[in-house]
Design a binder for this molecule. Sequence first.
Ligand SMILES: N[C@@H](CCC(=O)N[C@@H](CS)C(=O)NCC(=O)O)C(=O)O
Length: 124
Amino acid sequence: MLTIWGRLNSHNVKKVAWFAQEIGLPFVRHDVGMEHGMSDAYLAMNPNRLIPTIEDGDVVLWESNAILRYLAHRYAPEEIYPADPAQRAQGDKWMDWQFSFADAQRDAFIQLVRRQSGQRNLQV
Ligand SMILES: N[C@@H](CCC(=O)N[C@@H](CS)C(=O)NCC(=O)O)C(=O)O
């Protein structure tokens, strides 16, 4: 069964778990990252000290978009990941654009949503 390593309040973990649910792929998930820490065994799988990482049989994979492409290609090739290059590129475009969007909104999200009012730095 697919194993997802990473805390669910990470958007990069959330999208992998969401995708697995979307295509009806069973999985188990283990909390890793932030307050949950990262064990040596986890770091042996992903030395970047980031989440998510998946294990799928012998396949160990990190980088959330690479994970989504792998799962789509392996488990839902036609319904989610079209073979036609032009159609596939439309999905890839939005998936990669998400990182540009994340970069643009990260400081506002951390300061305004994650931090209490007295701890915010609105100058970043
Ligand atoms: N490009 C990476 C970024 C991964 C990333 O930045 N993950 C964050 C959570 S969203 C992380 O690992 N933070 C450290 C932690 O949770 O301890 C990916 O898409 O997988």
